[in-house]
Design a protein around this ligand. Sequence first.
Ligand code: GLU
Length: 452
Amino acid sequence: MTTPIVRFAPSPTGRLHVGNVRTALINWLFAKGQGGQFLLRIDDTDLERSTKEYEDGLREDLTWLGLSWDDTFNQSARFEKYDAAVEALKEKGLLYACYETPEELERKRKIALSRGRPPVYDRAALNLSAEEVAAFEAEGRKPHWRFKLSGNRVEWNDLVRGPQSIDTSSVSDPILVRGDGSYLYTLPSVVDDIEYNITHVVRGEDHVTNSGAQIEIFMALGGSAPDMAHTPLLIGADGQGLSKRLGSLSINQLRAEGFEPMAIASLLAKIGTSDNVEVRESLQRLSDEFSFDKIGRAPARFDEKELHKLNAMLVADMSIDDVKTRLGGIAQLEACDNLPLFWETIRANVTTVSEAAGWADILYGDQSGIVDDEDKDFIAEALKALPETTVTEESWGELTSHLKSETGRKGRKLFMPLRKALTGQEHGPEMDRVLILMGAERARARMQAALN
Ligand code: GLU
């Protein structure tokens, strides 16, 4: 097989979300697994909707995920290339001027549907006389330009969907250039794929129909079409499309919530495939395991609960060095004089590193514990037995054995009131560690405050 050159081609009209990042990831994993190249193309021909902020944002998101690119370019810098392709197509008689207004096209569409015919453009513009054209021009109408499909079947062997066949007589000749001279995505994409020697076009299955027309445009412009792979779209755990929730599933949002890049990448790489959904520590490993053959035809289910699970597994495995920089920004940790012990103690109790802030607050912050009425005497006794100054490895054991013999309590009745009085929580890390981290003074203050 030739060394792949692939591209990810987002439009900078919004933040990247899990859906489009999955496309980027699949491109990257495929290319890198074969020693190939991954290009980042910015589809910003729509000058009104594209913004520099979104472009910066998507570069930042891809970088954070580790999806580095070998080359990058903007379509907005390449209009003369597209103009040249337009001229070439016109010369071949494959691009024709149309003067219908949107209302006229809509009327034609409705008529076709009411007659039980597919709403395919009737090519009326091909039969316009010179006078009719002159009349439209005199009215001030500007033509839009359609590509003349062959009417034959276009076939390709899709790397995900298998053999595909599109009857181009059943689809409308696509508009490539609008009346105001702006480009739709179809032509610039092909021009760039040819010039950058793209070997594989890998994208969502919402582009399958475009591929029929685009393959003909590839041929018309003298290139042969690249291989194609169209991946099923993402759905949520409830089986519904994700479109309404994509804002909350943007990469910068997930990042802000403390999710790890490899948890996101692992989930997106494995869902909808024959592999188990498991966390991987590197993109390289995901890449080694990647194959188009493993991708199924059914939509891939994106379940946030799985993301939490994978993230918690990554976090629980993190070394103190991994977490140090991430924990750096947590103000509550300033009171912590033993970061390794803090991390060791709480890591099994957090899903994201940022949740460590909550535990830092519980251990070092200005919180009060909880004491139920029936435990007041018990906690008062505990307060007496707490070490005066230094908490050691033995302190918790000594405290609880003292209380056991003094009060006759054991099990949950012994431990839970202490946990609640010290942390205000019913669940959490091992109490011997909690006591060490908290220190004698803070532990006393907590219990005292809870008793008052
Ligand atoms: N800008 C297009 C999109 O985001 C690119 C599609 C393609 O990969 O060809 O849908």
